[in-house]
Design a protein around this ligand. Structure first.
Ligand code: SDX
Length: 436
C-alpha cells in the first residue's frame, strides 16, 4: 500500500488537540485512513458495527467494485474466468497469485486429485449424526474433525503445512459433501476416482450408486464447475472475516475453515440460496406469477421482516456479476435437461423483472445476488436445497484458505481483538443474596 500525500485531520469541537492520520492508497478502489494509532493518541475508539466503513486488512486476492458490479480474482474479471478457466485453475490463481501454465496446471491437478480420499475413520463421525441432520451441521463437524487426522499439517506458521492443508481441504471438501448427501439418503458412499476431473468426480460421488455408475454429462459438469468458480472468493465477506479472525489466534487451518463453514450457514449469507429457492416455492404455492405483487407487498411491509432472498448485497449496489453468469448457467442446464419451461425459473425471471422496476428495490439499490439463481441451477442438477450451502462452502474453501494464508504470511499480522462502546452498568458491589 502506498502512503498518500493527503493526510486526514481529525479535529474535535472541544479544545481536544486534533490528530493527523495517514491515508494509504491501494492499486484500485477506495483509499484507507490508518486509525491504528487513534486510541493511543485520543483515548477514543472508532465505532462501526457491521464494518460498513472498515477495511480489516490489506489484501491482494479479490477486488469488488459494488457500484460497477465488478469482481476480480487476482485482477482477472469473473466473467472471463468463469468462461475460459476451470475451477482448479481458479484455485491455483487464488492460492498462488496467477493462473497456471500447462505444466503447473498438470502438477496442481495431480496433487489435488491424490488428496481426494478421506481417512476411513471419518465414516465413524458420520454415524454419530441423525440421518436427517442438516448437511451444514455435518460439514461443520467433519471439517473441524479433519484436524484430528492431519497433525502433519496443522502448524499454521509453517508455510508448507499451510500449503498441504490447503491442498487437502480443496481436495476433500467434495468427498465430504458427497458423503453428507449419501448419508442422508442412506446410500453407500462413492469413493473418488483419480481418472475424473474435479467436478466430474464430485458429480459421480453424488449421484452414482454401487448398482449403477453415473453417466458423466459434460454440460452439467461444466455447470457445477462454474458454480464453484463463481463462489470461490469474495473479499472480506462475513465467513472470510470469520476465518481470518479465527485463524489470527494461530489455530490450525482446519479449525479456522470450520469456523467459516459455520458462519456461511446463516440465511443472510451462504444460506440465502436455499432460502431463495424456498421463497420461490412459497410464491409458487401462493399461485405463482400472479401472486408476485402480493408477495412484494409483504416484503415492503416494514414489520413483515420478509426479505426478497437472493436480492441485495452489502457491497453490490448494482447487479452482482455472478448472478448474470448464474442465470446463463441456469438457462444452459435447463435447456440441456429439457426443462426450459421450468416454472420456478420462469417465476424467478418474472420476479426479478418486477423487482428491478419497483421503486422500493431501485431506491435501495437491491439487485439479484449470486444466490438468486444458484438454487434453481442446483435443483435442476439434482442437488437438494439442504445441500446448497454445503456446495457454497465447498467452493469458498479455496478463498478462505487463500485469505488465511495471506494473513498468516504477513509479518505484521496480529491476533484480531476489536474493542467496544460499553453501555452497561457502571461498577457496583455485589449485595448478599439475603439482601437482594
Ligand atoms: C452472500 O458479503 C458478501 O460478499 C457475501 C456473498 C459472498 O460471496 O460471500 O456475496 C454471499 O451472502 C450474498 C447475500 C445473500 N443474502 C441474501 O440474499 C439475503 C437477503 N439479502 C439481505 O439480507 C441483505 O441484502 C444483505 C444481508 C445481503 C445485505 O444487507 P445490508 O447491507 O446490511 O443492508 P440492509 O439490511 O441495511 O438493507 C438496506 C435496506 C433496508 O431497508 P431500510 O431499513 O433502509 O428501509 O434494504 C432492505 C433493508 O430492509 N433490504 C431488503 C433486502 N435486502 C436489504 N429488503 C427486501 N429484501 C432484501 N433482500
Amino acid at each position: 500500500m502506498t502512503p498518500s500525500e493527503v493526510k486526514a485531520t481529525l479535529s474535535f469541537s472541544d479544545d481536544s488537540p486534533s490528530v493527523e492520520l495517514p491515508i494509504y492508497k491501494g492499486s484500485i478502489g477506495p483509499d484507507v485512513i490508518d486509525i491504528r494509532k487513534l486510541y493511543g493518541q485520543t483515548g477514543k475508539f472508532t465505532y462501526d458495527p457491521g464494518f460498513l466503513s472498515t477495511a480489516s486488512c490489506n489484501s491482494t486476492i479479490t477486488y469488488i467494485d459494488g457500484d460497477k458490479g465488478e469482481l476480480l480474482y487476482r485482477g482477472y474479471p469473473i466473467e472471463q474466468l468463469a468462461v475460459q478457466c476451470d475451477f482448479l485453475e481458479v484455485c491455483h490463481l487464488l492460492l498462488y497469485g496467477d493462473l497456471p501454465d500447462g505444466a503447473q496446471r498438470e502438477t496442481f491437478v495431480q496433487t489435488i486429485t491424490h488428496h481426494t480420499m478421506v481417512h476411513e475413520q471419518m465414516q465413524f463421525f458420520m454415524r454419530g449424526f441423525r440421518r436427517d441432520a442438516h448437511p451444514m451441521a455435518v460439514i461443520t463437524g467433519l471439517v473441524g474433525a479433519l484436524a484430528a487426522f492431519y497433525h502433519d499439517s496443522t502448524d499454521v506458521h509453517d508455510a508448507r503445512h499451510r500449503e498441504i492443508a490447503a491442498h487437502r481441504l480443496i481436495a476433500k471438501m467434495p468427498t465430504l459433501v458427497a458423503m453428507a448427501y449419501k448419508y442422508g439418503l442412506g446410500q453407500p458412499y462413492i469413493y473418488p476416482r483419480n481418472d475424473l476431473t474435479y467436478s466430474a468426480n464430485f458429480m459421480r460421488m453424488m449421484f452414482a450408486t454401487p448398482c449403477e455408475d453415473y453417466r458423466i454429462n459434460d454440460v452439467l459438469v461444466r455447470a457445477i464447475d462454474r458454480i464453484f468458480i463463481l463462489h470461490a472468493d469474495h473479499e472480506q465477506n462475513a465467513s472470510t472475516s470469520t476465518v481470518r479472525l479465527c485463524g489470527s489466534s494461530g489455530t490450525n487451518p482446519f479449525a479456522a475453515i470450520a469456523a467459516g463453514v459455520a458462519c456461511l450457514w446463516g440465511p443472510a449469507h451462504g444460506g440465502a440460496n436455499e432460502a431463495a429457492l424456498n421463497m420461490l416455492g412459497d410464491i409458487q404455492k401462493m399461485g405463482g406469477v400472479e401472486k408476485i405483487g402480493e408477495f412484494i407487498k409483504q416484503v415492503k411491509a416494514k414489520d413483515s421482516k420478509i426479505k426478497l432472498m437472493g436480492f441485495g448485497h452489502r457491497v453490490y449496489k448494482n447487479y452482482d456479476p455472478r448472478a448474470k453468469l448464474m442465470r446463463e448457467t441456469c438457462h444452459e442446464v435447463l435447456s440441456e435437461l429439457g426443462l426450459h419451461d421450468d416454472p420456478l425459473f420462469k417465476l424467478a425471471m418474472a420476479l426479478e423483472k418486477i423487482a428491478l422496476e419497483d421503486d422500493y428495490f431501485v431506491a435501495r439499490k437491491l439487485y439479484p445476488n449470486v444466490d438468486y439463481y444458484s438454487g434453481i441451477v442446483q435443483r435442476a442438477l439434482g442437488i437438494p436445497p439442504s445441500l446448497f450451502t454445503a456446495i457454497f462452502a465447498l467452493a469458498r474453501t479455496v478463498g478462505w484458505i487463500a485469505q488465511l494464508d495471506e494473513m498468516i504470511a504477513d509479518p505484521e499480522y496480529k491476533i484480531g481483538r476489536p474493542r467496544q462502546l460499553y453501555a452497561g452498568a457502571p461498577r457496583r458491589d455485589v449485595v448478599p443474596i439475603g439482601k437482594r
